[in-house]
Each structure stands twice: as C-alpha cells, then as structure tokens.
Design a binder for this molecule. Structure first.
Ligand SMILES: [Zn+2]
Length: 504
C-alpha cells in the first residue's frame, strides 16, 4: 500500500504463462530469498486481547446435501412479492450502518440488531486502540437482530435518547458532506449497458474449469491463520495473480495479534492493478478457515471452508484472469478507477465471535489504509469507491440481499445484470428460477469483514447468502457440496458488474 518500501523494489510483469516463474514468497517473516514482484511487508501491529469463549450457534441442516453440479433445483421457498427499492423496512433492518448514519426507528418499532457470521458474544463497542493497527476509529459495532435469525442470540439494548439525537445530527452532517471527499459508492458516470455481442465477448473470458482446477482446488485445505496451510493458500493466490499479464501490485499486510489462543501471525494480501489510480473498486474475501472444536472420535474431518471462503477467493482470481485484457487496457490508458483485490486473513473467531476475536485482518488493514495517504487530499480508505465483499458463496440457490441504502443503486445493477444474462440464456439458471440477487429485505445485517471499512465510511456491497449455506461451519463445507454452475453464474454477473463499474 505504499507505506513501507517493498522488500524487493524492482517490479516486474509476468508473462501470461509465467506462473511457474513467479513464485514470490509470502511468508509473513521477511525472507532472504529475493522476491520477483512488488511486495511490501507491512510492520507488525499492536496486539489485542481476545474475549471469553461462549457457545457457538449452529445452522439448521437441510433435508439432504445437494450433489455437485446438480442442475435441477429442489423445491424452493416462494419468492417475495414485495419489492423494496429502499423500502422503509429495509432501512430499519440495515443496522450494520454505523449509528451516526442510522435512521431513528419509529416509536414502538423493534430495535434490530446485527447478525454475526460467527457466534454471539459481547456487543460492546470496541474501545479506541483495542484493535490492531494505528488509531482505529472507536465506532460501536452494529447490533444484532433478535428473532430474525434463529442461529444468533442476544437481547436488544436500548439506546439512550441523547445517542439517538446525536445519530440524527450526524446523519444530517453526513448527508451534507461533500461526496467526493468520502466516496459515495457512486463510481464513474453511468454509461449504456454493453451490447449483447460485447457482453458475450466479455463473458467468454471466463473458464470454469480453470476456476475449479487451477484456482479453487489448491485452496481446499485447512487454512487457519499462521499455519502452513495459510501460507500455502496465500502463496497460491499471489502466484496466480503474479502470472497475469496485467501486472498486479501485490502487498502483504502482515502482523501479529493476541487471540484467545495466544499470539497468532496474520497476513492479508492486497492486490492493486494500478496503485497510482485515484480511486479503487475493491473486491474482498477472506482466505482463512475457522478452527472447529474437536469432533467425536475417531477424528473429525478437516474443515476446508469451501464456501467459507475458498470459492469467493477463487472467484476473485477467475475475475482477474477473465478480465485481464480489458483490465490491462484500462491500466495503460490511466483509468481513474482501478481494481483492487483484498484477500483477508483472520476473519474467523478463534473462540466466540466478539469485537476483538474476529475480523483480525480486516480491522488491521482498514486501520492501516485509513492512515495511509493516497492522492493529494485522501487516504487509501477514501480512495475506495466501493467495497464488494463476497462470502459464503458456492452452494445452489443463494439469496443475496441489499444491505445498505447508500449502495442500493449498485445492487440494482447486479439485479439488472442477472436478469439480462438469464434472459439471454447466458446463465445456467433459468429466468424462471429465483434470482440470486433479491429485492426483498434481508433477514438482517451480518457482521463480516466489511465492518471495519464501513465504519470508516467506505460504501459496501455485502454479497452473502441469507440464510447461510447449510454447510456453514461444518466439515460438510467441501467441494462435494458446491454447485459450480451457480459459481459460474455468479462470476458472470460479477464480471459484467466490474466491467460496467470500471468502464472496461
Ligand atoms: Zn466462517
């Protein structure tokens, strides 16, 4: 991210088929081996204290597992017949928005709270300095929604009237703030959607077998932070990106933090196409896997985290590969908005999900980016026009909702792109199937890697299915339970979205 000198300064571009020659070491520990790419090791961060573990909620299992490449959809729930383009209900449910931008709930309306990807736990705001990295912003974490998700527990906590008044005042100030200085999620000026021919040409760059064999399968191993599996996964991601002709600038945000299980080394990988470009469209996922409690004897199967989140990582690699040529052209012409990929470490809690035992990599990176100048007046955080977080994707029939009014217009683009691709017969899913991107209100917001960025004002699209996949946090989260046609469909939609956003 440009705040520390590269370990090995000389950048290089890699040939299209040069994957085997580009093998930068991504160990968090400085290696004496010369690296062959731009790679910065960010300095260690402050340590943080973990919280007391508690019980972990479990997802409701489905009637039966779905086989790989199943194409006939099983019985699905009825679609919502009530679209809600920024409906009031939706706004009320979106409580991952920081309190300063939260609309005041009407009298008598149940005060929602946020759901967590992990388990329950303390919901107290994180104190300033308690997280990793320099000067984290002390913004209360979002509050869960009791009763809306049976997996998640907790009781509403009343907000004092003074806090509500402050929130209203902050919302007014926020609305009046000059858009260009904080990022609005507006992105570049809109243009006409691509022709069908251009769309087919764009999507022709996607190669599902490559996604599965070259990108996904090497990730399907246990990847807890600081482990050999983590290092191998990180190295795999870096090698694949370094092999692309577009020329990605890779940085490693490596640090150590105290967890409930002691000090752990973390390292997030940041890939930026054109680091000097004024603005970025960031696509993010986490590559670590959760350490599940010991299972019954003889020994539990390994937790591979296929949807959580090997598939999203593989999707980002596939998008970078599929769009390599247009991305290269945009970089060469000095496009104002460039693409950035965040492969975050330490999303999972080691024990019980809490403000300090979760989101290790995202908290560290967001704090680091907020402290790193970018351009004449901003930081790397304000340079983010939009953060699109992918998580828990890979199973059939995902129901993805719009969580934030601020980025709802971009969510509507996903809805429109999906509809168009379905009608053109370019997706495996038919126009009669339930859409992936739903206009119905989400059951509730979810705490995830976007939170530290959201708290710093980054516009966010959170692409996570709700309900979560039935394999969530079980050893069933493996390749056999993926539905690769759905993964391919999602890649197509996102490829068209990225191309539209970046005006490729
Ligand atoms: Zn998880």
């Amino acid at each position: 991210m440009g705040v520390t000198p590269p370990v090995v300064p000389p950048p290089r571009r890699f040939p299209a088929d040069g994957a085997t020659t580009a093998s930068p070491s991504l160990s968090p520990s400085p290696s004496p081996t010369p690296l062959r790419m731009r790679l910065s090791l960010l300095p260690p961060a402050l340590r943080k204290r973990g919280r007391v573990p508690a019980s972990k909620p479990r997802p409701t299992p489905p009637p039966r597992p779905r086989p790989l490449r199943e194409t006939t959809p099983p019985t699905k729930p009825r679609p919502s017949t009530k679209p809600h383009p920024l409906s009031r209900n939706h706004t009320r449910l979106s409580k991952t928005t920081p309190p300063s931008r939260r609309p005041r709930p009407p009298p008598g309306w149940p005060r929602p709270r946020a759901m967590r990807k992990g388990a329950g736990g303390s919901r107290r705001p994180r104190a300033a300095g308690s997280g990793p990295g320099p000067g984290p912003v002390a913004v209360p974490l979002p509050l869960p929604v009791p009763g809306l998700c049976p997996r998640l527990r907790g009781c509403p906590r009343p907000l004092p009237p003074l806090l509500l008044a402050l929130a209203a005042a902050a919302a007014i100030l926020y609305a009046a703030w000059p858009a260009g200085e904080r990022g609005t999620g507006g992105g570049p000026p809109p243009r006409a959607p691509p022709s069908e021919q251009d769309l087919r040409s764009l999507l022709g760059g996607l190669h599902p077998p490559r996604l599965r064999d070259a990108f996904l399968r090497p990730l399907l191993r246990e990847r807890p932070p600081g482990s050999a599996g983590s290092l191998a996964a990180r190295q795999h991601i870096a090698d694949r990106l370094a092999a692309l002709p577009a020329g990605w600038h890779l940085e490693l945000d490596a640090f150590e933090a105290t967890t409930p299980r002691g000090p752990v080394a973390f390292a997030s990988l940041v890939a930026t196409l054109a680091p000097a470009a004024p603005r970025r469209l960031a696509l993010a996922c986490h590559y670590d896997t959760k350490v599940l409690p010991p299972g019954p004897p003889p020994a539990r199967l390994p937790f591979l985290g296929a949807t959580d989140s090997a598939v999203p990582c593989a999707m980002l690699l596939e998008l970078a590969a599929a769009l390599d040529r247009p991305l290269r052209r945009a970089k060469d012409r000095g496009a104002e908005v460039t693409l950035q990929l965040l492969f975050l470490d330490g999303e999972e809690a080691f024990e019980e999900w809490s403000a300090t035992d979760s989101l290790y990599g995202a908290r560290h990176l967001a704090a680091r980016m907020a402290a790193t100048r970018h351009g004449p007046h901003g930081t790397q955080i304000t340079a983010m026009s939009l953060l699109v977080l992918l998580d828990l994707l890979g199973t059939q029939h995902p129901a993805i909702h719009s969580h934030f009014p601020r980025t709802h217009h971009w969510f509507l683009r996903l809805v429109a792109i999906e509809k168009r691709l379905r009608n053109l017969g370019l997706l495996h899913a038919s126009p009669k199937d339930q859409p992936f991107f739903r206009l119905s209100p989400p059951p509730g917001p979810v705490e995830d890697d976007h939170v530290p960025f959201l708290q710093r004002g980054v516009p966010v699209l959170h692409l996570i299915p709700m309900p979560f996949p039935w394999v969530w946090h079980t050893t069933e989260d493996n390749e056999a339970n993926l539905h690769l046609p759905t993964v391919e469909d999602l890649c197509k939609i996102l490829a068209a979205f990225v191309a539209e956003f970046l005006q490729l």
